[in-house]
Design a protein around this ligand. Sequence first.
Ligand code: HEC
Length: 132
Amino acid sequence: MKKLTLVTFIVVSVVSMSFIDGNKTASISSTDGNSYEVPADVQAIIDNSCYGCHNTDSKSTKGKMKLNFDKMSDLKTSKLVGKLSKISKVVKNEKMPKKSFVEKYPDKALSKEQSDKLTSWADDLAAQYGGE
Ligand code: HEC
C-alpha cells in the first residue's frame, strides 16, 4: 500500500511538472517597466523559425541589428511596440523567415497556424501598449 502511494505520488508529480513546463510563459520587461508575456507556443515558433538569425551570436549582422530577441528587454516600450509591429508585418508579407532559408530548411517554414499565432501575439501586444 505504501509503495502504491509512493508510485502515485511520483506519477502525479511528474505529470504536473511536465504540464506546468509545457505552459511556461516567459516574460520580457521593457526598460520603462512594462512587462510582456511570451507564451510557450509563441516562443517555440520564434525559436524554430526566427531566433537563429536574430540573436546576439548570429552570423547575420544585418539580421541581428534589425531585430535581436536577446535584447528585447533593453528596449523602451515604444521601441518594443515598433519591433512587434515589424515582426507582424514581415511575417504577414511572408518576408520572414527568409525565402532562401526556408528553401534550405523546409521544417523552419511557418505554417498558416504558426504565422497566425505569431502575428496575433505581436499585434495584440502592440495594440495593448501602442498608445504610449
Ligand atoms: C536566415 C536568417 C533569418 C531568419 C531565419 C529570420 N530573419 Fe528576420 N531578418 C534577417 C535579415 C538578414 C534581416 C535584415 C533585413 C533583410 O535583409 O531583409 C532581417 C530583418 C528582420 C526584421 C526587420 C525588418 C525591417 O524592415 O526592419 C524583422 C522584424 C524580422 N527580420 C523578423 C523575423 C521573424 C519574425 C522571423 C521568424 C518568423 C525572422 N525574421 C527570421 C534574417 C533572418
